[in-house]
Design a protein around this ligand. Structure first.
Ligand code: FUB
Ligand code: ZN
Length: 648
């Protein structure tokens, strides 16, 4: 058996090292879940046919950047090289996404393209493992943000951040193909980073003294954990732990804005932090790394800090779409309750980070509330950030726009790419991972976490159990599940009863439904309605399951009204409409002009007359909801009208 097969445990690489500490729950790896969902399958096809090839085209400048370093190291004259601190990280993220696609289906063309880029990367790496073209070519440029020499401005250079993304691409490709050339580049770099940051002795860096400074942009922490999982090399886990241990201790910037102590969460040791502050992508990557290190090292001080930070986010700093980082400039968290609508920043990468963080919190605590946040962020912010064709993106995700103001880094709608392209490249790598978040298990429980038409096989106490889900979720709340253990097997089936189907749209104190739910979720086993208790957000059915058992879950999806916490000024006199896990959105295009002319005369309007229909586009159909509203007339009066809404 090839090593790649042995260690091939999927996105999170969980249980690669069976005897070592791990999350109490094991996700069923993405490549062991077949997606049949009419909602997700077309998106995955678009990923392969459009998004990833398109993103590879757009990240060619990253390849050229690496090629310049390779040429320089080979003694060739390098002309016209313009340094960019982290353009290569976008390329690495697209490569990570491409590697997942390679895992799902043999794709020789994709592999050939990947291998060509790997050759360039390997040649761009300096003999000691350093890999950062902007310094290697020595042509100057962004020195104010990257320092004169390697590792002299770690707070903004992105030297370590870039490598984190390279490690993740290398691991994903190794797990997909067994090819380890890029993994060797990653390990060589990691050993070099360890020497320079934690041991010292190389006079070329920091006069031979250990640098001992945490990355200005988090990412290496969680990438090092993955590197540890896939190689079994404890050094990498130790490095991740040390980077967390020194954050906010050995180096604390003392300026403002991007040099403020909070910007990169360096204001306090991470175990003492309780509030989400600073740059939101940095923050969510930090929290994801803390969760991993907490579990793998058994240091609960990290997970206790995460519990506090998570509560602070959902109670005071999250938009109803799951968007994080409401404030422009620092691209990050503002004061508590500062959640503007049209001025919201809510970077796509921060929503991706919100999904990654919450998914880890679920694996840690086995509590569905984290999945409920992840789902809302995934469906309403991450997915909204790409068009159905897969070639236009949002970087900035406000909750209101007039169609004219170019809020999206220069455009009023989605844009094909950005000078800083972290967001579209994050879409390339996140979407294929979603199917790996659909089922999870431990020895006695099988969890259905995200509902989607799909099938997979879990292994409960040595008995393979095939699960087949039929549903139009998230567009519809009816879910059918067929269970087929190879032989009768006793286990608990845990079905998520989302927060949105109970008392509020999303966990936390920020948003509450105007009315208590009238209809409750209904659960049937083999056609018979069953009573169920909800434990940590899951309906638990324990029985001896046999082949052919059928479970049906009906999650009522009526249109609901949400109120926002009074402390959020931007939402005074405003309500939000939701349906199922979706925030609803009214667009001028569907409503013959500006939707600001619509209003309700109560903050708890009766929406029982809403109709749910379908709107067709050349790229697929989507659910359209119509509700009765009032409309301002040109003469200043009001009349009854119908407003059309789509899923945000
Ligand atoms: O700095 C790398 C990425 O670019 C950040 O995560 C984004 O906010 C953007 O600044
Ligand atoms: Zn981004």
């Amino acid at each position: 058996m090839k090593l790649a097969t042995l260690l091939n445990a999927g996105t999170f690489g969980l249980f690669a090292l069976a005897a070592k500490a791990e999350y109490p729950l094991k996700p069923i790896p993405f490549h062991e879940v077949e997606m049949t969902s009419e909602f997700w399958r077309p998106r995955l096809e678009t990923q392969r046919k459009v998004l990833v090839p398109f993103a590879f085209g757009k990240t060619e400048p990253g390849v050229a950047h690496l090629q310049a370093a390779a040429d320089h190291l080979a003694g060739k004259k390098v002309d016209g090289h313009r340094p960019h601190r982290f353009i290569d990280s976008d390329l690495y993220k697209v490569m990570e996404g491409a590697a997942y696609l390679a895992k799902l289906k043999d794709d020789p063309e994709l592999e050939a393209q990947f291998d060509r880029i790997v050759d360039v990367i390997a040649e761009a790496q300096e003999p000691d493992g350093y890999l950062y073209p902007s310094h290697t070519t020595g042509v100057g440029g962004e020195k104010h943000m990257m320092g004169d020499k390697p590792y002299t401005f770690v707070v903004h250079s992105h030297e370590l951040y870039n490598m984190g993304h390279l490690y993740e691409a290398a691991i994903a490709y190794y797990q997909a193909t067994g090819k380890d050339k890029l993994l060797k580049v990653a390990e060589k770099n990691a050993r070099h980073v360890n020497k320079v940051f934690f041991e010292g002795g190389d006079p070329r860096y920091n006069n031979g003294k250990p640098i001992k400074q945490a990355p200005g942009h988090q990412e290496p922490e969680l990438a090092l954990v993955r590197l540890y999982r896939v190689t079994g090399e404890k050094l990498y886990l130790d490095m991740a732990r040390k980077f967390l241990e020194i954050r906010g201790i050995t180096y604390v910037p003392d300026g403002e804005g991007v040099m403020s102590p909070t910007y990169a969460q360096q204001h306090k040791p991470v175990t003492e932090q309780s509030e989400a502050v600073g740059h939101a992508v940095r923050a969510t990557y930090l929290y994801s790394g803390m969760a991993d290190v907490s579990v793998l090292t058994g240091n609960t001080a990290y997970s206790k800090a995460l519990d506090r930070i998570w509560a602070n986010i959902v109670n005071t700093r999250m938009h109803i779409t799951g968007g994080l980082g409401a404030v422009h400039g620092i691209e990050g968290f503002g004061p508590q309750y500062e959640l503007p609508n049209d001025h919201a920043f809510n970077e796509t990468c921060a929503a991706v980070g919100n999904v990654l963080f919450n998914y880890r919190m679920f694996l840690l605590h086995k509590d569905a509330k984290y999945l409920d946040v992840a789902e809302v962020a995934l469906l309403n912010n991450v997915l909204a950030a790409v068009n159905l064709e897969g070639n236009k993106f949002f970087y900035v995700n406000p909750l209101a726009a007039d169609g004219k103001y170019p809020f999206n880094h220069g455009t009023a709608g989605r844009a094909p790419w950005f000078g800083t392209a972290c967001c579209p490249s994050n879409m390339a790598r996140l979407l294929p991972q979603v199917q790996g978040m659909t089922y999870a298990q431990d020895e006695e429980n099988v969890y259905v976490t995200f509902y989607a038409g799909s099938s997979t096989t879990a292994n409960v106490a040595g008995i393979p159990v095939t699960l087949t889900q039929k549903t139009n979720y998230p567009n519809d709340g009816k879910i059918q599940l067929r269970i087929a253990p190879r032989s009768p097997a006793k286990f608990k089936l845990q079905l998520r009863i989302p927060t949105w189907a109970r008392d509020r749209f999303v966990p936390g104190e920020l948003y509450t439904y105007a009315k208590a739910a009238e209809e409750q979720p209904v659960l049937r086993v083999n056609g018979k309605k069953v009573d169920y208790k909800i434990e940590k957000g899951f309906a638990v059915i324990e029985r001896t399951w046999k082949k052919g058992d059928q479970v049906e879950l009906d999650l009522p999806m009526s249109v609901k009204v949400s109120h926002c916490h009074k402390a959020v000024e931007a939402n005074h006199n405003r309500i939000a409409l939701t349906r199922g896990p979706f925030v609803l959105c009214a667009e001028g295009l569907d409503n013959e002009g500006a939707t600001q002319r619509f209003f309700f005369d109560s903050d708890a309007p009766d929406l029982s007359d809403s109709t749910i229909g379908k709107a067709n586009t050349p790229h697929g159909s989507f659910v359209q909801t119509t509700v009765e509203v009032n409309e301002l007339t040109r003469s200043g009066g009001a009349k009854s009208a119908t407003m059309k809404l789509i899923h945000y």
